[in-house]
Design a protein around this ligand. Structure first.
Ligand code: FAD
Ligand code: FES
Length: 511
């Protein structure tokens, strides 16, 4: 869903904006030459920053100012108004900034200014506390974000990123969305080009399996027999799809979807497939269904649930999501399970047989905690970490799908499988591996795309006792609040992006 490059709208900001049109906390979207620019006021200060988010091109002028940051309405990336730095994922690239001049009650946007780095002041002091060698296990969301942040934080020691994957870190959420649907070109997928790792002296080793951790000797043992020493270690091994244990579940036309190569294998099969069965009505299963429909393949979804997404999003949103998929031709077989997969069909418990030359299994994932377990780290249905994302062994951190951390808001220990959570945990872990003491307290956020309907979700509600709908779900204009004992635990929204950001900011303030 990258924004199309069109001529920037709004006023020419070089001609000036009267200050009385720019109240405290206000933003004006306009342009400077061909570039979309956002002029913002915070107290007495004025800022001008690029207005097209460096993640997928979201319109920052429709986002929210929080403190001296601006938040993107699409996937909640957070940029510093002062420096343009992408201070919180999913964006990594900074935004350009412009100088603002105030004259005769008018704000004029002038020339572009060089991004201010963290500056040399204090660099030597910061570096004196740094370890020599950081090893990161896992080249996914958390692992990449950590490696990138280590360098942004002026870490000059050795960074080794070990990944079992055969591709450099990539946009995993897109593996079930535009990429699978055939709408995203190949070059959208890498989070950074390969040169980035060379330029940043990040030793990226692909197809490399870490087989064991020696927590005492401080090295990891690789499956190929080598050992890599560390002073700080980040475990970011993510999750693996649950495999289907039924007759025929291991045939070549039965796929799971976790990696880019899984997505490519489904695309290759989709070239000739005519009928697909998707097992599981989870977010990923449904996104796969939508993408295969975009490829004009007949799609049947089989799931034991009464309605899709009910456990996560509730009855009303579940029914709505089902209806959108049905409008696009998906056929649901709910309260059903597959009992066997043949060469060209899937047998259901209820007796039906569905023809299928492609089967995609999306029945959930399991965190990859075996390494941590064998190394004797504390396990709690995931790898247990403290609020700084450090495991029970000092110097070893964990982030992303494997990490269970104490959530300050709910008092519960959470393990959450979201892209942005994993990236932000990677960023926090990186800072903490360098000796900072930053609590991980971000409000969880995820998004999911069903055809032209995006659902944004903040917070975390495993159970709720009241669900409130503001606006209309069917009208694709709503906020859905999930409450327990009166407290809002989570909010889902459709096309109410700024309200969703406001709810997120309110949750942050409450923690
Ligand atoms: C198809 C798909 C679509 C998704 N869509 C969304 C979405 O829209 N929104 C959202 O919020 N979330 C989405 N998610 C979930 C999100 O991608 C995950 O929560 C996130 O990737 C977790 O990040 P991670 O770094 O913990 O693990 P991962 O990104 O899975 O990375 C783990 C890495 O560890 C490597 N690894 C594992 N074991 C070893 C080992 N022993 N040695 C070396 N390397 C190892 C793996 O190869 C991999 O590179 C989606 C997931 C999938 C699969
Ligand atoms: S487009 Fe801005 S965060 Fe994704």
């Amino acid at each position: 869903m990258a924004a199309e490059q069109s001529k920037p709208k709004g006023p020419d900001l070089t001609r000036g904006v009267p200050l009385d049109r720019l109240g405290e906390g206000a933003m004006v979207g306009g342009h400077v030459g061909e570039e979309a620019v956002l002029l913002a006021r915070r107290g007495d200060e004025l800022f001008a920053i690029g207005a097209t988010c460096s993640h997928y091109g979201g319109p920052l002028a429709e986002g929210l100012l929080v403190g001296d940051t601006v938040r993107c309405p699409w996937h909640h990336a957070c940029f510093s108004l002062r420096t343009g730095e992408a201070v919180a994922a999913p964006a990594f690239n900074p935004m350009p900034c412009w100088r603002v001049e105030r004259r005769d009650g008018t704000a004029f946007v002038r020339e572009k200014i060089e991004p201010a780095g963290k500056g040399d002041a204090g660099k030597a002091r910061r570096q004196s506390t740094h370890p020599d060698r950081v090893v990161i296990v896992g080249g996914g969301a958390a692992g990449f974000a950590a490696a990138e942040m280590l360098r942004r934080e002026d870490f000059s020691g050795q960074v080794t990123l070990l990944s079992l994957d055969d591709a450099a870190p990539y946009d995993r959420p897109n593996c079930s969305k535009d990429y699978l649907a055939g709408n995203a070109p190949e070059d959208w997928m890498p989070l950074r080009p390969l040169e980035f790792y060379k330029e940043q002296s990040i030793e990226l080793e692909l197809r490399t399996e870490v087989a064991a951790i020696d927590a005492r000797a401080r090295h990891v043992a690789l499956a190929d027999g080598r050992a890599v020493a560390f002073d700080r270690l980040l475990l970011a091994t993510g999750a693996e799809p649950v495999r289907l244990d039924i007759p025929g579940g291991d045939q070549p036309h039965v796929h799971v979807l976790r990696s880019l190569s899984d997505s490519r294998a489904i695309i290759a099969k989709a070239q000739t497939a005519r009928r697909a069965v998707v097992l599981g009505a989870s977010f990923i299963g449904l996104e796969v269904a939508a993408s295969l429909r975009a490829r004009k393949i007949e799609v049947h979804v089989v799931a034991p649930d009464r309605r899709p997404l009910e456990r996560v999003a509730g009855r009303e949103l579940g029914d709505f999501v089902r209806a959108i998929h049905e409008q696009h031709g998906v056929v649901f077989h709910l309260e059903e399970t597959a009992t066997a997969i043949g060469a060209a069909d899937v047998k259901l418990k209820g007796g039906a047989t569905l023809p299928a030359d492609l089967v995609v299994v999306g029945i959930g994932v399991r965190p990859r905690i075996q390494l941590a377990e064998r190394a004797g780290l504390k396990i709690d249905r995931g790898v247990a970490v403290n609020e700084y994302l450090e495991t029970s062994v000092p110097g070893i951190f964990a982030a992303g799908d494997i990490a269970r951390w104490p959530d300050a808001r709910s008092g519960e220990h959470l393990r959450i499988e979201h892209w942005v959570v994993a990236e932000r945990q990677g960023q926090t872990a990186a800072r903490n591996m360098l000796g900072q003491r930053q609590r991980f307290s971000d409000v969880p956020f995820f998004w999911s795309q069903h055809y032209d309907v995006p659902i944004n979700y903040i917070g975390h509600a495993e159970k709720w006792d009241r669900l409130e709908i503001e606006g209309s779900i069917e009208g694709r204009d709503c906020l859905v609040r999930y409450r327990r004992n009166g407290k809002v635990l989570a909010v889902a929204s459709i096309f109410r992006d700024v309200e969703n950001l406001k709810e997120e900011a309110a949750m942050e303030r409450a923690s």
